[in-house]
Write a protein that binds this ligand. Structure first.
Ligand SMILES: Nc1ncnc2c1ncn2[C@@H]1O[C@H](COP(=O)(O)OP(=O)(O)OP(=O)(O)O)[C@@H](O)[C@H]1O
Ligand SMILES: O=c1[nH]c(=O)c2[nH+]cn([C@@H]3O[C@H](COP(=O)(O)O)[C@@H](O)[C@H]3O)c2[nH]1
Ligand SMILES: NC(=O)CC[C@H](N)C(=O)O
Ligand SMILES: [Mg+2]
Length: 523
């Protein structure tokens, strides 16, 4: 069976949890795609899902012109599951009624499951005296369904909301006011499994091993006997693409790894060791440190620095591909959140906060076709595939590292001396995070070089040297982030080691800014 043959369509009404729904569905072995709620009827029919999930959302169905599910959803003759707003719009569209509640439910709630529902049958945390199942769930709503549509029965209630779940089993329509996709809803995965596997009849073919087989087949068909070029950074996404393409097309793949002198401690050697030595991948290491540093000399504006680095990346790639000749394809590590975000981005009028370096500007000018084997995958799936392909865990689970590297972590002008100092400080910080078990509890952590001098005293001597700032954040999608509350003892060890082991540092500070208002990188 094809891994894409059983697929679920998730229509996004703007909930904070929509991506989480998609991840839960994927974890249960079912392929799904997430599309905006106003997807056209034609596209929905063409997608041919085995079931549809309507997400939650911030709007109220009571307002005029509130978002609604397209007609095709009701005409497809497949099961539909409405979550929160999805339940409310289902009720409103099929002839029921939704009212603003006098009691709003945010957070924990206890659900009482009502008898005979195919969706919730025997799924419970506890049973009450009358034999009804009770579930601990997570709620986040103001409105509620006050009158069931024709043909529906109530399948769940809370003490404040009489209709917290409903179903029309003859048509396979189900709806829940709570969010089964969040981990606080302890039976959430079982509820989704019931919907996907039993009600929609989906299999569980979407698994790392099968995804790899499928991707290999697709790449081979697409590429034929042509040559493919991949920019390999040693980061998670491009590393997994390299391992996958190596398996799919072997010698037809050439990777270009640009050592711009702004990499982490011994990173260049590590990348070469893993890919060229162990995995036998063809990797060209371009030593471009001098060129990058020369062009960056005297430049201190963050955007100007980013633009220079971006341009140099493109130049290096162009030069290398010209040398190789006959390259028809450019491989990229585009992943599903990139696709979702750039689709949403078309209508958004966002400010440019910082221009992320982008190898995506390359293909059109180089007339190469794109190979993007990770386009459908979330980061956790990319990681699972990386492990399956035999990449070392440390590489697959490492924190992301921006393309411009230390260039945006040395504030102001970038110099070799600053890069060397920062590399050492960063290395100490990461080493201590790993030692203490905090590396895996943070999403990204690094050191920043601040070119302000401050006075210190070591032994009996005076120091007048720059400052190192440490930053560690916890985040799911890197769009918002909390600063990590690292233990004082850990910060203490890092601070002492950095000042003792690196002569060019007088002082260490810890960044306690969230995003927003700050960004994760300092420039
Ligand atoms: N030093 C480099 N040499 C060659 N290509 C690079 C380099 N740095 C970045 N790239 C290219 O830019 C792309 C985007 O970088 P990005 O940091 O977003 O992804 P990544 O490095 O693959 O993974 P991660 O997000 O885990 O760091 C990479 O996939 C890679 O193709
Ligand atoms: O490949 C990249 N090229 C870039 O130019 C770039 N700038 C920021 N980042 C990474 O993006 C995430 C969010 O960072 P900010 O909060 O600083 O915008 C964080 O994970 C950053 O490390 C980049 N990644
Ligand atoms: N999380 C949701 O989907 C909320 C739905 C709707 N906005 C309400 O407040 O009831
Ligand atoms: Mg990277």
């Amino acid at each position: 069976m094809n891994i894409h043959s059983d697929k679920i369509l998730i229509l996004d009404f703007g909930s904070q949890y929509t991506q989480l729904i998609a991840r839960r569905v994927r974890e249960l072995g079912v392929y799904c795609e997430l599309h905006p709620w106003d997807m056209t009827d034609e596209d929905i029919r063409a997608f041919a899902p085995k079931g549809v999930i309507l997400s939650g959302g911030p709007e109220s169905v009571i307002e005029p012109n509130a978002p609604a599910a397209p007609q095709a959803v009701w005409d497809l003759n497949v099961p539909v599951l409405g979550i929160c707003y999805g339940m409310q719009t289902m009720a409103a569209q099929l002839g029921g009624k939704v009212d603003p509640g006098s009691v709003k439910e945010f957070g924990y709630a206890e659900i009482r499951a009502h008898s005979q529902s195919r969706l919730l049958k025997d799924i419970e945390d506890r049973v009450n005296d009358e034999g009804h199942g009770l579930l601990d769930v997570w709620m986040s709503h103001g409105d509620h369904v006050s009158q069931l549509p024709e043909g529906f029965k109530r399948i769940a209630s809370t003490k404040d909301v009489p209709i917290a779940g409903m179903a029309d089993e003859s048509r396979n329509y189900y709806a829940l006011q709570f969010h089964p996709e969040v981990t606080h809803t302890t039976q959430g995965a079982r509820i989704y499994s019931r919907f996907l596997h039993e009600i929609c009849g989906c299999g569980d073919a979407w698994k790392p091993g099968r995804i790899i087989e499928d991707a290999i087949e697709t790449v081979r068909k697409q590429v034929g006997t042509s040559k493919v070029l991949l920019g390999l950074s040693g980061g998670v996404d491009s590393s997994v693409v390299a391992a996958l393409l190596h398996k799919a097309i072997g010698e037809q793949l050439t990777c270009v790894f640009v050592d711009h002198g702004l990499l982490r401690h011994q990173e260049g050697d590590q990348v070469m060791k893993i890919f060229a030595d162990h995995l036998g991948v063809k990797v060209i290491r371009v030593d471009a440190e001098e060129r990058f540093l020369r062009e960056l000399a005297g430049v201190s504006d963050p955007e100007a620095k980013r633009k220079i680095i971006g341009r140099l990346f493109v130049e290096v790639f162009e030069e290398e591909s010209a040398k190789l000749q006959g390259i028809d394809f450019l491989a990229q590590g585009t992943i599903y959140p990139d696709v979702i975000e750039s689709a949403g981005g078309k209508t958004k009028k966002a400010h440019v906060i910082k221009s992320h370096h982008n190898v995506g500007g390359l293909p059109e000018r180089m007339k190469m076709k794109l190979v993007e084997p990770l386009r459908e995958l979330f980061k956790d799936e990319v990681r699972a595939i990386g492990v399956e392909l035999g990449l070392p865990r440390e590489m697959v689970y490492r924190h992301p590292f921006p393309g411009p590297g230390l260039g945006v972590r040395i504030l102001g002008e970038v110099t070799k001396a600053a890069a060397d100092t920062l590399r050492l400080a960063d290395h100490i910080f990461i080493e201590e995070l790993r030692r203490s078990g905090w590396y895996d509890k943070t999403s990204q952590a690094f050191a920043v070089f601040l070119p302000v001098k401050s006075v210190g005293v070591t032994g009996d001597g005076r120091r007048y040297e720059p400052v190192i700032a440490l930053r560690a954040v916890q985040t799911i999608d890197f769009m918002t982030a909390h600063w990590a509350h690292l233990p004082y003892e850990l910060l203490d060890v890092c601070s002492r080691r950095i000042v003792n082991e690196i002569p060019g540092v007088s002082r260490v500070v810890y960044d306690i800014s969230g995003k927003p208002p700050a960004t994760i990188e300092w420039e």
